[in-house]
Write a protein that binds this ligand. Sequence first.
Ligand code: GLU
Length: 308
Amino acid sequence: MTNSKTDYNKLLSGIVQELKPYFGQGQQADYIPELANVDPNKFGISLAFLDGRTFTYGDSEERFSIQSISKVFTTAAAFGLIGKKLWERVDIEPSGTPFNSLLQLEQEQGIPRNPFINAGALVVTDVLMSNLNDPYADMLNFVRELSGCSSIEYNQVVVDSELDTAYRNAALAYYLKSFGNLDNHPIEVLKLYIHYCSIEMSCTELAQAFHLFARRNRLDCNIPDLTPSQLKRLNALMQTCGFYDESGEFSFLVGLPGKSGVGGGIAAVYPDFYSVAVWSPRLNEKGNSILGMKALELLTSKSGLSIF
Ligand code: GLU
């Protein structure tokens, strides 16, 4: 189905030409002060077919803060570890509210709407803290294993910067604890969550790591197996909940399961065919990369390679 005659290098440079009117729109996240120090004009994309062909453009090899894209890796790990019991503590519905909303948690009695909003990711982090021998090293090794890159690290400067200003996430963690939906101390969970968000990867490393979700084959690794059925469900969650309160828009425009982060990254998959990662730090008001979303819309429209 992927057209081997298509010149994907040409396709990517054509997409970048069409993006030009959008250059300079939006701003990088600055509520985590260190993220505001990133050059806002960076742009990279990496398209990695399951048959091994990879096409890249721009700053595709430069590492950036993956932020909420880490929520896909942590949810995958927690799902692999405790199976469907995970869904007793975190729901699987789109939120329609900002990623750090406190209001919804109050209304829904401490059960976060999904694992990709911050409250849900804190519960997932709590599960990892309780079930991994070394939740810091084990998750890093999981991501390294998936991407085939052993030098991936947490960025301590980003960790410290976020910890200094994590008032809202701290509130969420304490609030979850008050509902009995955290087993560990809220501050310990928050610290671990912020470490996961601080992982730095390049577009090419992310696209490679997301082959797990594109391939949907059983994965045997140091974190318990993920079955094809579990991987299918993780793709479903990305499709419905991967873009904060803009998940419908992304689905409508792009038509792929994916996940964004406030570092300006987006990773997405076309199951059985490819994964793709794009990075551009300027965000729209919902927290999604403007050029990233547009680039993926153009990619799926021009190539015809989307699930819809
Ligand atoms: N560490 C960020 C936060 O919790 C992640 C947000 C995001 O990328 O959506 O606010």
